[in-house]
Design a protein around this ligand. Sequence first.
Ligand code: PLP
Length: 375
Amino acid sequence: MDVPVYQDTVIKINLDHIAYNIKQIKQLAGPAVDIAAVVKANGYGHGAIALAPVLMTHGAAMLAVANLKEAIELKEQFPQYPVLIMGLTPDRFLPYVLEYSIIQTIDSYHQADELNKLAKAAGKSVQVHIKYDTGFHRLGFSDTEQSFTEILSICRMSHLAVAGIYSHLALTDDQSNQVQYQKLLSIISKLKQNGIAIQYQHIADSIAFVDYRQYHLNLVRTGAILYGLKGFHKGSLDLRQALTFHTRISHITAVSQGEGVSYDYLWKAPCSTRVATLPFGYADGYPRSLRDKGWVSIHGKKAPVIGVICMDQCMVDLTGIPEAKIGDPVTIYGDGSCPAPDIDTVSRLAGTNKNEIVARLTSRPAKIYIQSKPS
Ligand SMILES: *Cc1c(COP(=O)(O)O)cnc(C)c1O
């Protein structure tokens, strides 16, 4: 059953930590608020298929992804799990939404009409969530009287079940969050006055969920915090980072003072030292921008990444780690429990956010799942 991983560079994902995090989230949400577990981008690089049962067993009411391809991958494995596509699906692929019983986000009368016609022809009903643009200006019906009229007729379409209405916060400041929230409430209440009650209303992502509990409504779309990535700053929630990244030293070279390392010799040895080659690079998802900024942990000590990061390999300085030898384990991303940079530290060094650091991991490093008790 166990497939060999064929390589030293591996991502380890602790499914117990994922279970712990979703339970913490469910507890904070309380019984009146459902969780849409956001597993787009292959579960933020963690592997959506492996995570889905853990999330659904421990508190998620549905899974949410960005696009149809991601939704179909999940539905093929788990036809019984509700899956919401938060992005739009091109018209020509709408039949698949129907075929796989996926919940589709709608932000135009045109697409609602298309989907309704397809559903009618198939003798089925299809669930949709209405996206409302309260200011982010990415997706959604614009905040106008015409949109209201269109949404009203969508709610009355014979073969659509409008199961949700939602928006997304720009999280600029408290005041603009409130403006956005009020716009969503106002469309919901106008629909109610016209006899339309929609099951799910939602606006909160991970940060809004923890920092602004007044915006929970009755569904929250949490991504980052499932993986133990904390972007919030006002509230608090105990979480465990699930992913760590590892390799082993593949080669060691002695370099003399003044000698260069890697393309363009952008790093030159300030004194004679040993340089270790590690078998991972930007094609594994390690940010190339970490040249001369990143570091890894070898024997619990800090080994700085030196010179240009190559596609498949990079080099670290072994000054101060005389015991290091070929085959020794290296922690690239730790989880705070060992002296290695955690994902928060790596994201700061790379000048990006934590979500990007995990989402950019590619399929090349093998994924190893750790689980003490199957869910
Ligand atoms: C990605 C996404 C989320 C989840 O965001 P996190 O910050 O990771 O919690 C929620 N809603 C929408 C619409 C998204 O695209």
